[in-house]
Ligand binder design. Structure first.
Ligand SMILES: [Zn+2]
Length: 533
């Protein structure tokens, strides 16, 4: 069974009673809007989103809540922003920091908008909410009171579960300083049932103003420390299902602390956890030469939604995802997509029940796209990436030849889609191995060809000429090249590098037979003549 179906099944068993009551199961995830959101943050969004889709498929009432955390303090300044401008805001709640574009309501909303856009494009449809609204509307008041009344117990949980020592004379609350507006800097020392006394002190990343005061911590004038806040959200929103990244889910980690606080302070059973592994961006450091980073927006721009979903969801949550948009992983991801597709189309044609493989393919598409899935020809992405770089050719004509029959409307749509994304990838992340520049004149390096290499090129020329004006197919030329190579006994590297150097001024390239077959015949003939003399 596909992992998400298995999880759906387990959840159905576990929550039988609530499901029977008709009340929606609450699924929750969140992101602090403190800067551009890394693509890795989409893993949690996607796991929860897919689960919500699967529960709905099973007719289980559910609500997927996604929190934009805009009440956390700004504790770092994104590298793209001017440090001097933003330094005074360090320590202040993100919803009180100005937006970088001067248009969005605040800093958090500016970054949230971009991330929300990506989430929607991927076909997920959570209900978005802001945690500052919960604080301001008083939803946190009871939890704040309980936390303050159980400060000792919270300290004990921290010590027992995570071994951390939180100073016994500070209360688990950060009020917003009435003088400087910072929330990171306030140390609360006493609570009289209505108001807390605090001092504004320096912290590692910013200075406090030294103010001492007494203020009500309710209705948005304070925030709970994050593990306490996490536990409070379990209760306030009555969350049933909430996964967490591996970094939080370890023994003694923040999740375990939050769960203990939920049970022992808020008297609430914490949600069903789905611990998930890291999403690693591999290869050389990203956001390099081409100025491309690894934000969710940038990555989602170079893939169609189903490929991003495949990247995030094909592996079960307990397995690490390694992704390198600047390497082979992109063409390989498309190849994986194609093999899922073939299986799905075959299963559909024979009306077999969907195998796990086919089911994966189905679920990787946005719910709105699923009814439209129909069998069609999928040209390899790596093939399209070099076709789009070859001048004066008809890509559809070449793909049609490759397919061996007339293209359908769906085939053409697929070609156009892959063309668009191949160009985007070439313009952004693609490594040099995938970039080909057809040389308009014979490269200098061809002057150093050996007699053997020249003879081999002459034989290739003769073969092409033997077809007359007829075009030669990629497969025919591929076979012919290997025959020539074998008959002559020329070393494969010497043979193929001579071809690539003649046309691309480099020693390697795409599969030579197909490569030459897509080029203009007269151009190929002329070039081989020049290179073989
Ligand atoms: Zn202050």
């Amino acid at each position: 069974m596909f992992w998400a179906d298995r999880l759906g099944h387990d959840i159905e068993q576990k929550f039988q009673e609530k499901i029977k009551s008709g009340r929606p199961l609450i699924i929750r995830d969140e992101k602090t809007a403190s800067g551009r959101v890394h693509v890795g943050s989409l893993r949690g969004v996607a796991i929860h989103g897919l689960l919500s889709e699967i529960l709905s498929e099973r007719n289980i009432n559910n609500t997927y809540l996604f929190e934009i955390n805009d009440h956390d303090p700004m504790d770092d300044i994104p590298a793209t922003l001017d440090r001097k401008t933003y330094e005074p805001y360090l320590g202040k709640p993100l919803n009180t920091v100005p937006s970088p574009d001067g248009v969005a309501v605040n800093f958090a909303e500016y970054y949230a908008a971009e991330f929300i856009g990506v989430i929607k494009e991927l076909g997920f449809s959570p209900e978005f909410y802001r945690v500052s609204d919960l604080y301001r509307s008083g939803k946190f008041n009871e939890a704040i009171r309980l936390a303050l009344e159980h400060a000792e117990e919270i300290g004990k949980i921290n010590r027992e579960v995570s071994g951390s020592e939180r100073s016994a004379d500070r209360l688990p609350i950060n009020v917003v300083c009435e003088q400087c507006g910072k929330v990171s800097t306030t140390v609360a020392t006493s609570f009289d049932g209505e108001r807390v006394s605090y001092t504004c002190k320096d912290v590692a990343f910013t200075n406090g103003c030294g103010y001492q005061g007494t203020v009500s911590p309710f209705n948005g004038r304070a925030k709970l420390p994050w593990k306490v806040e996490w536990a409070a959200k379990f209760k306030i929103l009555d969350v049933d299902i909430e996964g967490a990244g591996k970094d939080h889910s370890t023994r003694g980690g923040s999740r375990q602390v939050a769960e203990a606080i939920s049970r022992r302070v808020f008297n609430h059973e914490p949600p069903f956890n789905i611990p998930y592994e890291f999403f690693n961006i591999g290869g050389k450091k990203m956001s390099s030469s081409k100025g491309r980073g690894s934000s969710s927006r940038e990555v989602a721009d170079v893939f169609p939604p189903e490929l991003v979903r495949l990247l995030l969801l094909q592996r079960e949550p307990q397995r690490v995802i390694d992704f390198n948009p600047e390497g082979d992983t992109v063409p390989l991801l498309y190849d994986a997509y194609d093999s899922y597709a073939e299986k799905y189309f075959a299963d559909r044609a024979t009306q077999n029940q969907l195998s796990d493989f086919s089911r994966t393919f189905f679920l990787m598409h946005r719910p709105s796209d699923r009814p439209l899935l129909s069998a069609h020809f999928l040209p390899r992405f790596s093939y399209i990436t070099y076709l789009v770089q070859m001048p004066h050719i008809s890509i559809t004509a070449h793909v049609e030849k490759e397919k061996g029959s007339t293209l359908t409307i769906e085939d053409v749509q697929e070609i156009e889609l892959r063309e668009t994304y191949a160009r985007r990838w070439l313009d952004t992340y693609a490594p040099p191995e995938y970039q080909f520049f057809l040389q308009q004149t014979l490269p200098q390096a061809a002057k150093n060809f050996s007699t053997e290499q020249k003879t081999a090129l002459k034989k290739v020329l003769e073969k092409i000429m033997s077809f007359g004006a007829d075009s030669i197919s990629g497969l025919e030329l591929h076979t012919a090249l290997h025959d020539i190579k074998n008959e002559m006994g020329i070393h494969p590297k010497d043979f193929f590098s001579a071809i690539y150097i003649s046309f691309l001024d480099r020693a390697s390239g795409p599969k030579a037979g197909w490569f030459l077959s897509v080029l203009d015949r007269d151009f190929v003939v002329q070039r081989l003549k020049e290179a073989s003399v």
